[in-house]
Design a protein around this ligand. Sequence first.
Ligand code: SF4
Length: 228
Amino acid sequence: MDYSEFSFAPPSRLDAWLNSLRLGHADDKPRIAVSACLTGQPVRYDGGNRYDGTVARVLRRWLLLQEYCPEMAIGLGVPRPPIQLVRTADGLRVRGVADSQQDVTHALRGFADTLPASLSGAVLKARSPSCGVDNTPVWAEQGEPLGTASGAFAARLSERAPLLPMISEPALARAEQVELFVLQVYCYRQYQRWGAGEWLVTVRDAVAEWKVEAVRAPLLAYLERVLD
Ligand code: SF4
């Protein structure tokens, strides 16, 4: 992704929104989980990475990035045989592509449970059997494609904290999407600190006045979920 696509030179519209909503400041950034391959770490099965400038550079202005590679964390090394998401009679499993006896579903879900509950969001690599968020190819045991689902690590994170803002890197391709995600993370951090209190109604009423529909509508929908 091209970092130069974004014109976030301070003071940006996002800074102005965060200030007006009183959701935090530059010395008090929320911490989010990030797939380590997106920041350039050589942790993919083939020893490569999937560096993404928006994640590694743009987001850092507002967020602290805590990098994780679930597959490395459960002891799969580099290089390692690829794994995939398979629908079985026991539900979705993460298995070896070449060795269907290899099943790392439990280990990946268990690793998700070790992440701190204080994390306020996650940006995870798309289409990964571990990290994908609703976009990972699912295969039948016989090998036919069966649509998409979340990877085992991402699915467990979402089960643990259903309101946690969680996104794949292709969904940060436009400035409004970056703004929306950062705003959701700051709102979630406020929710972690204060619960769904009066602040949430104040923020919702202020956002309802915003003119940028691409941010206003989805942020209001998110705030309604938090208020529920
Ligand atoms: S997608 Fe997730 S599991 Fe795969 S290399 Fe990146 S961080 Fe590791």
